[in-house]
Design a protein around this ligand. Structure first.
Ligand SMILES: [Zn+2]
Length: 486
């Protein structure tokens, strides 16, 4: 029989309040909204259908953006021979602590142990060495959608898991400038994707030496600020220079018939973006999914009283068909084991952007009720106006989510001109803290040891007000953003 109103309230009460305990709220939302679950293996999660559908939509849009800029997909092996991983010295040093190894195949011990890819530069570059001979073979623009394994000590669903899903692009170019152009082009794709589809505002820029990818010349990233004041690195692009080409002997004959090493890039975003989406937009009632990546953009809940199956359901079904015919991702919740109130709570929990209510009175008036997930605002709309109104409401929700997140980031971006001010701001206010930096690693280490914050971004443009390093007081070479990070 139907669940009553109190049970519906309980449904939401089962989530910890976001303001009480952000970490616990995050885990509660993931479990209650059925995005993911813990698996028997520590640090490995199961992505459930609803969470996976969000990832699939992300993948679909990103894949199109990559293909529109000339990239093609391919697939490389999961295993990397140890000797390959060791070819680029910095690379192996950076990844060694996180690599999982296969030492046995069937009953036989392997002559050479195999790494389960933590990233695929080593295997992909070994193939590029075979495929690249002349300048005519360049550029190589390949992307791979795959899983990777990094043996993490501390894990958190979507944000840091031992195995995760991602895309990794690997390209080779004839010149440094072309590789740099590629690195920045992808950075721009990541920023556009994050802001226009996920409604997550990001700052893009260079990482300091200490935070760059192992083996890269330069690492750029997009960085977002989460609702608890911690930064999230949401995507990275690397200009690899000739480091991997030299290690793997990727050489080509240039137009002057001289042999030259290729110029490489690599870049990736992962299922971590799902975590970023949850933390950026969710509230005390659960998840809020931006309409463009919402597996369900609207859910229809018929008001199920009395003989509703005869009186209300046929109209609800007509509305459902209308939505499907117009390309919306919609669902008709015609379960008769739950009350409308229960269903409202459940779909709010799952973050569906718009709920469409339809009851006997609405049918009399030829209308439906649209309810906005952000503020529960109701719009009464004539049936013939439903499609354009819903379209507009979804666009409004998409842009309001972005605007709201942008305002939150601005409110949580601070400035610090001296060391005491820097440390105190990071400790007490959290968020992003703008500061001057002399480019010295000791200054980074000092802040990291004191308050566990790092330089998230070296800003493209130096802010002239930050004349001195906010840590040591010497002349500042850059303006940077410090933050505690995921
Ligand atoms: Zn300094």
């Amino acid at each position: 029989m139907g669940k009553n109103k109190n049970q519906a309230d309980d449904f939401v009460k089962q989530i910890t309040k976001k303001s009480d305990d952000f970490s616990k709220w995050y885990i509660d939302v993931i479990k209650k909204a059925e995005l993911a679950d813990y698996s028997p293996m520590k640090g490995m999660m199961v992505i459930r259908p609803y969470g996976y559908e969000i990832w699939e939509l992300m993948r679909e849009y990103l894949d199109k953006m990559f293909k529109d800029t000339g990239h093609r997909n391919a697939y490389f092996p999961l295993f990397i021979p140890e000797s390959f991983l060791k070819k680029e010295a910095e690379h192996v040093e950076g990844f060694a602590p996180e690599v999982a190894w296969v030492t046995q195949g069937g009953n036989e011990e392997l002559e050479e142990k195999l790494a389960i890819r933590p990233t695929s530069e080593a295997i992909i570059c070994s193939m590029y060495a075979k495929w690249v001979n002349s300048w005519r073979d360049l550029p190589i623009l390949i992307n791979q959608w795959a899983n990777v394994v990094r043996w993490e000590k501390v894990t958190r669903p979507f944000l840091r898991t031992t195995e995760f899903l991602w895309q990794e692009g690997h390209t080779v170019h004839a010149t440094y400038d072309e590789a740099e152009e590629e690195t920045l082009k992808i950075l721009d794709i990541y920023k556009t994707f994050s802001e226009n589809y996920l409604a997550i505002p990001v700052i893009s820029g260079l990482k300091p030496e200490s935070e760059k990818f192992a083996g890269a010349l330069k690492t750029y990233c997009i960085e977002a600020l989460m609702a608890d004041g911690r930064a999230l690195q949401a995507g990275t692009t690397h200009n690899l220079g000739q480091n991997f080409s030299k290690a793997f002997n990727i050489r080509f004959e240039n137009r002057n018939q001289e042999l030259e090493y290729g110029w490489g890039t690599s870049w990736g975003v992962s299922t971590r973006l799902v975590g970023g989406l949850i933390m950026t937009h969710g509230d005390d009632s659960g998840l809020i999914v931006p309409p463009r990546v919402a597996p369900l953009q609207a859910v229809i809940v018929p008001i199920s009283r009395g003989d509703w199956k005869e009186t209300v359901l046929p109209d609800a079904e007509a509305v459902f068909s209308q939505l499907k015919d117009n390309g919306f991702r919609a669902y008709l919740d015609d379960r008769d084991t739950y009350t409308p109130g229960w269903k409202f709570s459940e779909w709010e929990m799952k973050g569906v952007p718009v709920r469409i209510e339809i009851g006997p009175k609405d049918i009399e008036k030829g209308q439906v009720v649209l309810v906005n997930r952000i503020n529960r605002e109701k719009t009464f709309v004539k049936r013939e106006e439903l499609i354009p109104t819903l379209e507009k409401l979804l666009e409004d929700i998409q842009s309001r989510l972005f605007q709201r997140a942008l305002e939150a980031r601005e409110a949580n971006t601070h400035e610090a001109f001296g060391y005491d001010e820097l440390v105190e701001t990071i400790e007490n206010k959290r968020g992003l803290v703008k500061a001057g930096w002399c480019e010295g690693n000791p200054c980074e280490v000092k802040v990291k040891e004191k308050v566990a914050a790092t330089i998230r971004i070296v800003m493209d443009e130096k802010d002239p007000r930050f004349k001195k390093c906010s840590v040591c007081g010497k002349d500042a070479k850059h303006t940077v953003l410090f933050a505690k990070a995921y």
